[in-house]
Design a binder for this molecule. Sequence first.
Ligand code: SAH
Length: 260
Amino acid sequence: MPSETRIASGEVWLVGAGPGDPELLTLKAIRLIEAADVVFYDALVSADILALVPSRVRRVSVGKRSGRHSRKQEDINEDLLAAAQAGLRVVRLKGGDPSIFGRSAEEAAHLRAHGIVVQVVPGITAASAAAASAGVSLTLRGEARRLQFITAHARAGEPLDLDWRALADPRSTLAIYMGRAAAPEIAQNLLRAGLAAETPALIVENASMACERRFSTRLDLLALAVQTAVGDGPTLLLIGSAVGDRSIPRSVKIRVQAEP
Ligand code: SAH
């Protein structure tokens, strides 16, 4: 049994908060939250998780949601550094896993460059939570041998700079983060690169939370499904034969259905 994690004064821990359900937090994450002096958290960290932060621990929102940046990355880096230099025990809570599209490398590099000890605690990433809720596997023996994590976040007005040939692999599962706005462009490019129109696609909004919604569709109808069915919660797109609902005949044209 490994010894219990301790957070020292002046240290920063980048902690994965998982996809939203507090029961998907690690024991380490909970111990650190309880031992911290200050917790910096993103907009993706759910209210249920914040409720676990003891009242004596200071909470600082550095909320970032695409299109609604409330704090610049450089400012967040400086805030973390100032707290550590003041000798506080600092927890930086990040949605999902800190090392997946979480800009944790930038925060860690900035802090380490100033001599601060930085530790990372992994978390359950949105793709794992989405697959678990939908009852599908991200890989499938003999069918999906590759899993690609992609961010579809692009600068406003610029096309996505992705290797569509590599992505349009029928033996791969694509887990697309921040892909809601770019869904039409993603589908169009994958179809153009040769991925079959009937390739299963799964859209999961608010994975693992009480308000989770899932939609099962196919690649050529992905954009329509996202546009008509998805709200403004964090949304993950899964594309590939592994995420198909085997109970739906492949000839069915569309199946956009909220599953409570
Ligand atoms: N580090 C996070 C990802 C941060 S990028 C992780 O490992 O999950 C932010 C994107 O993650 C969102 O735009 C969305 O695409 C996805 N995401 C995060 N939490 C989610 C959730 N509960 N349900 C669906 N997608 C989620």
